[in-house]
Design a binder for this molecule. Structure first.
Ligand SMILES: Cc1cc2nc3c(=O)[nH]c(=O)nc-3n(C[C@H](O)[C@H](O)[C@H](O)COP(=O)(O)OP(=O)(O)OC[C@H]3O[C@@H](n4cnc5c(N)ncnc54)[C@H](O)[C@@H]3O)c2cc1C
Length: 386
């Protein structure tokens, strides 16, 4: 059974990545269908803190760093276009971000970011007197140095995906909620569409943007080593004691959301698909946060949640074509999917509408995992993920 009209592009997954790509493609005149197993934007993209940390998270030069910087640069216009189109605010703010060091070892690790100056990227070294002048007594006096990244920012992921949902509907994208893709429809080495419980959807191109579930088709002739990495977040109301910039230690970050609200995140846990909040994680997050920003101890607890990041063995996303004609990936964005949504949408849309793979996607193709049909690579011990 073939259900409905054929699409130019079928996208599996209605998170920030699938919706951003759908919007971009519809803006280029393509007929797009998004298949979403549940409701759109209820998984990782709902759970994210919304840090746009390109310089302060990646740290090492290379294709991934370049991708992150390119995406951050797209953000201001991307956010304001979306707001103008939908009338919905998305909470984008260039707050800056300070990474804090408690001891000589952590200070030394911060020096590892200083190469970015040679790239013309702004950073400021803040020693203890500068930190005291900037934050008064709000920051722990135990912090001995900091590195400030003035161009980092935040967005509100829930507002962002809600606006994106409005935008794709305005642009004529068909979003099929409660419609799970069961497998890709592949014949003679070509992907012809997607098989769902309601039948087949024919499409000229299919994009797997299914987040932590991107390996849902176990019959593909290659492994898609994406697996869930749980993150937990606590929301606090710090009132007038909230920081006005993102404050980050080795262990934790405080991300201001406006109105005194602060998100404290996040854990990195390999616990399968169990999207639960645990007492131990909340205790550890709050303890680390209070060590950095003592007012946390008297903050009002608002809520807490968990989400599943789409992790890959090398911590890098899976982008582009895969050797099966008509099948593409936009998955595995791990800790940076909110940041990387604009650049992913643009580059995958370029690939689908222009035909040629952009050379800067080469290092992100799924073909880099040449482990045969063994399934997702086992992830062993801490440190495998950045
Ligand atoms: C606690 C936490 C904090 C984070 N903080 C940040 C941050 O500060 N900055 C940042 O940039 N990133 C952050 N991230 C990472 C970011 O959330 C993810 O990288 C991003 O949301 C991934 O988007 P996605 O669209 O690929 O996945 P998702 O949002 O998970 O969307 C995938 C969608 O696919 C659907 N789906 C799955 N299987 C099927 C199927 N078979 N058929 C149809 N639909 C299917 C799912 O229901 C889901 O809606 C954080 C993540 C977590 C969990």
């Amino acid at each position: 059974v073939t259900s409905g009209r054929a699409a130019d592009v079928a996208i599996v997954g209605g998170g920030v990545i699938g919706l951003a790509l759908a919007r971009e493609l519809a803006g280029r005149g393509r007929r797009v269908v998004v298949l979403e197993r549940g409701e759109t934007a209820q998984e990782a993209s709902w759970a994210a803190a919304g840090l746009l940390s390109a310089q302060s998270d990646v740290g090492v030069p290379g294709a991934f760093f370049d991708l992150a910087i390119e995406s951050r640069a797209l953000y201001p216009a991307w956010a304001s276009d979306l707001e103008a189109e939908t009338g919905e605010a998305v909470g984008y703010r260039a707050t800056g971000l300070v990474r804090c060091a408690f001891d000589a070892g952590e200070s030394e690790a911060l020096r590892g970011f200083l190469w970015q100056r040679e790239r013309g990227l702004p950073l400021e070294w803040w020693d203890a007197p500068v930190l005291a002048a900037r934050f008064g007594g709000a920051l722990s006096p135990d912090v001995r140095s900091g590195l400030f990244f003035p161009e980092e920012g935040v967005v509100d992921p829930r507002k962002l995906t809600r606006a994106r949902g409005v935008s794709v509907r305005v642009r004529g994208v068909e979003v099929r909620s409660r419609t799970a893709a069961r497998r890709f429809w592949i014949e003679d080495g070509r992907c012809l569409g997607v098989e769902t419980e309601g039948g087949r959807l024919a499409a000229d191109a299919v994009v797997d943007a299914a987040g932590a579930w991107a390996a849902f088709d176990r019959e593909l002739p290659f492994a898609v080593p994406v697996e869930p990495v749980r993150g937990q977040i606590v929301e606090l109301d710090l009132g007038g004691s909230a920081p006005d910039t993102v404050v980050h230690s080795e262990a934790v970050y405080l991300a201001p959301q406006g109105g005194g609200r602060v998100l404290v995140g996040s854990t990195l846990e390999r616990a399968g698909f169990a999207r639960v909040v645990t007492a131990g994680a909340l205790g550890a997050l709050l303890e680390s946060a209070a060590r950095l920003w003592p007012a946390v101890r008297t903050a009002r607890f608002v809520t807490a949640w968990a989400g599943l990041r789409p992790g890959t063995p090398d911590g890098l996303p899976i982008l582009g074509d895969c050797g099966i004609r008509g099948l593409y990936f936009a998955a595995g964005h791990f800790r940076n999917g909110i940041l990387l949504a604009p650049v992913t949408a643009r580059k995958i849309a370029d690939l689908l509408t222009g035909g040629a793979a952009s050379p800067d996607l080469a290092s992100f193709r799924v073909g880099r995992f040449r482990s045969g049909r063994a399934g997702p690579s086992p992830v062993s011990g801490p440190g495998v993920f950045r």
